[in-house]
Design a binder for this molecule. Structure first.
Ligand code: MF3
Ligand code: CO
Ligand code: CO
Length: 263
């Protein structure tokens, strides 16, 4: 059964703090995302920053939802045709790559979850267009957030923009309620129909994190049990914010000085 928690003022204050800290990890790591760095070095730097500077807990480390082995690292790094949950390792980032870095911190018992795309050197025209359309899709979804609107309005806005531009929306992974729990109800699909699904209420907090493929929507799971890639090996992009439903509209909680401007 679906149990959506409505956050009170105390919860919301703490979620603002956690959201800002998650975003600040992305600000911190940005200058290190350059050609010849390995994804495990990015993970190491983020881990040290979270644990020793912020006094936050990296939520992914040892995270083990039902049917999964414990996640072995502190962040996710998904490169090129990797859709999500890429495990940092010995892979060397090179000029022309695109990478999503996904950060979830726990502060004072509350989760902040956000991701951004990074270019290594100059991206191809296709990689840049995919990354930008995915960013716009996330924001068109965010702008649907207000009391009385429906989860389906978010999914419809994202899917329409992605498909209008010739891209496809990954179906197997979605946004999620978040608070004291990393992944809670509701599921926030990145496709759907206006006016369908749960009605939004002030005090809900959930992520919007569309995964958009340059080719077909189909996925494949790698043998590590975590890394999800495009079946057709096409590029994939993702952006993520944690969003509060306010009395009249929305508030993005995962903001810091380095957050890219809204679309
Ligand atoms: N941060 C991801 C999300 O947006 C979840 C990562 S779970 C992990 O929901 F175990 F892969 F890290
Ligand atoms: Co995330
Ligand atoms: Co998330």
């Amino acid at each position: 059964a679906m149990t959506v928690t409505i956050k009170n003022n105390e919860d919301i204050k703490k979620m603002r703090v956690a959201g800002k800290l998650a975003s600040e990890v992305l600000d911190y790591i940005t200058p290190f995302v350059v050609p010849n760095v390995t994804t495990e070095e990015i993970d190491r730097l983020c881990h040290i920053f979270m644990v020793n500077v912020q006094d936050t807990i990296p939520a992914p480390l040892n995270y083990a939802p039902p049917g999964h082995s414990p996640y072995p690292k502190s962040i996710c790094t998904s490169v090129n045709n990797q859709i999500c949950h890429g495990i940092p390792g010995s892979k060397v980032l090179k000029k022309g790559d695109i990478v999503n870095i996904d950060i979830t911190v726990i502060k004072d018992g509350y989760h902040g979850d956000t991701s951004r795309m990074f270019y290594l050197g100059e991206p191809s025209i296709q990689a840049k267009r995919l990354t930008e359309i995915t960013y716009e899709s996330m924001w068109l979804g965010i702008k649907q957030v207000k009391p009385g609107n429906f989860l389906g309005d978010i999914g419809f806005a994202i899917q329409t923009h992605a498909e209008k531009n010739g891209f496809s929306v990954v179906r197997e992974f979605c946004g999620h309620g978040i608070g004291k729990v990393f992944h809670e109800d509701p599921q926030v699909l990145h496709y759907g129909h206006s006016g369908q699904g749960m009605k939004l209420q002030a005090g809900m907090i959930f992520t919007i994190e569309p995964m958009i493929n340059a080719g077909k929507k189909d996925i494949k799971m790698l043998s590590d049990g975590w890394t999800v890639v495009t079946k057709d090996r096409s590029l994939s992009a993702q952006w993520e914010h944690t969003v509060l439903v306010t009395e009249s509209s929305y508030e993005v909680l995962t903001v810091s000085s380095g957050t890219p401007k809204p679309f």
